[in-house]
Design a protein around this ligand. Sequence first.
Ligand SMILES: Cc1cc2nc3c(=O)[nH]c(=O)nc-3n(C[C@H](O)[C@H](O)[C@H](O)COP(=O)(O)OP(=O)(O)OC[C@H]3O[C@@H](n4cnc5c(N)ncnc54)[C@H](O)[C@@H]3O)c2cc1C
Length: 362
Amino acid sequence: MGDRMETEYGAEWLAIHRGDYQNVLLDASRRNGARILLDADVTGIEEGTGEALGKQIVLMKNKDPITADVVVGADGLWSGLREYVLGYPKPPLETGDLAYRGTFTREQLKAFKNERVNEIMEAANVQVWLGSNRHAVFYPLRDKTEYNLVLLVADDLPPGMRTAQGNLEEMAANFEGWDPSLDLIISCLKSALKWKLLHFQELDKWTKGTVALLGDASHPTLPYQGQGAAMAVEDGAILGLLLSKLQTSGISSDSKERYAQLTDVLRLYEDLRKKRTEVNVAGAVDTRHYYHLSDGEEQVQRDQELAELPASNWEGPCNFNWGDAPYQKSLLGFDSLADAERNFDAWIRRRREGGLQKDIRL
Ligand SMILES: Cc1cc2nc3c(=O)[nH]c(=O)nc-3n(C[C@H](O)[C@H](O)[C@H](O)COP(=O)(O)OP(=O)(O)OC[C@H]3O[C@@H](n4cnc5c(N)ncnc54)[C@H](O)[C@@H]3O)c2cc1C
């Protein structure tokens, strides 16, 4: 599906263009009979009454309302459903950084006829340039026919401003004097949109009854572990698994009991996911510190540690998250689906044995 690559430390990873991945999701949704509504701006949720007791009614601009057993708010960083779930507004916090980003073609890079740029272009791994309060990340996409460049610098946008058009000279000046090949690569970017990076340490909760949050709505993060969308997809996989297991285990036809079962399963989803995404969000903050060290003793130690990391088969720990084998295994090598299956089976056993509270009211 994506491009298989080697990291600097020998481990393989997969990268896929986000447009390609959206098509994978779209095709899978269509194959599974999803009804997709475009231009459907959700304006609110109401709890059903009468025949719709125990259900949620999703209200939309220019569309008829939809009645559902479960509503998932995958509505991103500025989620409107987050306030509904929490019961109070919770805007994301500034991280202190902003991103410039863009993709360009192999031809653009080839045109430089520069030996070092060609070498970087042919490397199958992620290239990262580190410096005081900023870094640059570059990697190939679509079988090295396209490349992604992300420049992370100190946020100079006013508080509350989400994006702003910067200028190309100012963007490039952030990396002046670092590496002539990076200057050439940066010159491929034709837009300098500044994108403020925001996050939460954690949310109090992700669910309210049968409404759940997913993805950036519940765990936006600095993108320094490359895991934001990956964690959103993992959320979806776990939620899908739990709901389908509930369905096959015999979901109740009684509206009150059904609501209680679904509420419990969504809480189980929250418990399983929150502990993983919080590790990811905190890890990205640690990576920011490690990447953005100013010149000094700590930076010298970091550079030495990086220089000493073996090129392959590294199994040991490291202060650098991406080079810390046990940490990476726990983050990327964890079988979330098997874990969710186990936890669902334990949950349903407890429920059948009557060990779960049944005091959830509609
Ligand atoms: C610079 C940068 C680099 C990144 N790099 C990586 C990476 O390498 N790997 C990785 O895994 N992640 C990466 N991420 C993170 C990734 O982009 C996000 O985590 C991911 O897009 C979150 O997906 P989402 O579906 O939760 O939210 P979004 O992608 O924000 O989607 C939310 C959707 O909800 C819609 N919506 C919002 N409100 C409403 C409403 N009221 N009604 C209807 N629809 C609504 C929006 O239009 C949008 O389509 C990066 C992020 C940044 C900023």
